[in-house]
Write a protein that binds this ligand. Sequence first.
Ligand code: ATP
Ligand code: MG
Length: 504
Amino acid sequence: MKQKESLVSEVGCLRGDLQQVREDRDRQLLQVQALTAEVVKYKEWTGKYVAELDHLTLKSNDLEARCSSQSEQIRTLRDQLSVADKKLQMTDLSAMETRTVFEEQTKLIDDLQSRLAIAEVKINEGEELRRKLHNTILELKGNIRVFCRVRPLLSDEDLGKEPKVYSYPTTAETLGRGIDVIQNGQKSYFTFDKVFMPDAAQENVFVEISQLVQSALDGYKVCIFAYGQTGSGKTYTMMGRPGSSTEKGLIPRSLEQIFQTRQSLQSQGWKYEMQVSMLEIYNETIRDLLSTSQSCSDVSRTESGVAGKQYAIKHDANGNTHVSDLTIVDVRSSREVSFLLDQAARSRSVGKTQMNEQSSRSHFVFTLRISGANESTEQQVQGVLNLIDLAGSERLSKSGATGDRLKETQAINKSLSSLSDVIFALAKKEDHVPFRNSKLTYLLQPCLGGDSKTLMFVNVSPEPSSVGESLCSLRFAARVNACEIGIPRRQTNVRPSDSRLSYG
Ligand SMILES: Nc1ncnc2c1ncn2[C@@H]1O[C@H](COP(=O)(O)OP(=O)(O)OP(=O)(O)O)[C@@H](O)[C@H]1O
Ligand SMILES: [Mg+2]
């Protein structure tokens, strides 16, 4: 029994042990499970780390490769840099040399420029002196001066296949003064006091007459007129386009200069009074272009002039010309004169011909009377400036004129032929000069046969088809150039030693 009890207690102990063992086993099973899950997790991580390691290894390989290639590049760049450094040093050297050369050349240029400026001043002074001496010689010779101007081809004109008609000799004695004309293979040579080629600007032309204009302020009678075939550029030369600074002609430029000089002479005590008159000779009739009673164009166009007005031309003992009943306006500024010129231009007889869209059908005479007095020296001077734009000569066969235009053309040609008769008689020094044969020549008598300073522009067209007329004009001009009209005389009561004596 005792044994059975010990066995039962042993069994009980063993059961307790078994229970203990079971519990241990369960616990360890749980532990195994947890460890297995951990192993799985570690395996996963290991897989991830292995992949990452692979990736990093690749990356590192790549970076190593790049690093070595960049090291290579750095080496090459270093080499290049050292070459460039060397080059830079050389360039620096040559830049320094270049700078020295540049500075030397700048100095040289500065030097040359200042020498050029001095030479230009000298040339201008020389040119001024040449002009003065030339004018003095002409004055002493007492001839009518002649300037020739060849106008440029107009946009609608074309030389075509025709050979050039004009050439300009360049020898020392004819430079700027000669013109050669070829007609039918024959060459004619002319020399005048000045020849303006087609590219001469209005200003270049004015420069050559400015001293002559100036001398009207010194008490000379000055007469400038433009002669030439219709459409050859007379009106352009004399009047141009008054509103345009480059294209205004001799008349507006002369007036601007006269009023400017008047202003500057005030400081020397000179006071000037100026009077303007403007007339045209249309079909042998004088028309007053400033008359207010002629505002109606029908009246102004009548051939007998305005009723009751005589417009008789008279010359006094001093060679001063008066036209009776002519409107004379006192003027104080070039603006006032421009206004009057505008007024006159509107009443001037202009018509369209085959040769010229805006042909002057009358002779236009602008007269500025100048009387000056110097209060401090009690000197007095009286000058006259006549600026004349003649109507153009025209071959009836070429102009195709009929009716009124034909009559105008005939009147124009007649008065121009009277002008050439006068010139021929003067050139031959004949006793009788037929000044009275036309209104134009009678009006111009003191300029052509007196003691005035007279200058004629002979205008010619560049068109080969006009070469015949151009030659006639040039031959006439050569005759005019040969005319001696006496030595210009000043109208003044001052002593001849007056320092303001002009050679214009
Ligand atoms: N030097 C020049 N430069 C540019 N154009 C010019 C020049 N000379 C003349 N012309 C042009 O030629 C044309 C004829 O000139 P203009 O009217 O002066 O001739 P004209 O000799 O007065 O003729 P007419 O006897 O018929 O009055 C005009 O259209 C004018 O503008
Ligand atoms: Mg004209």
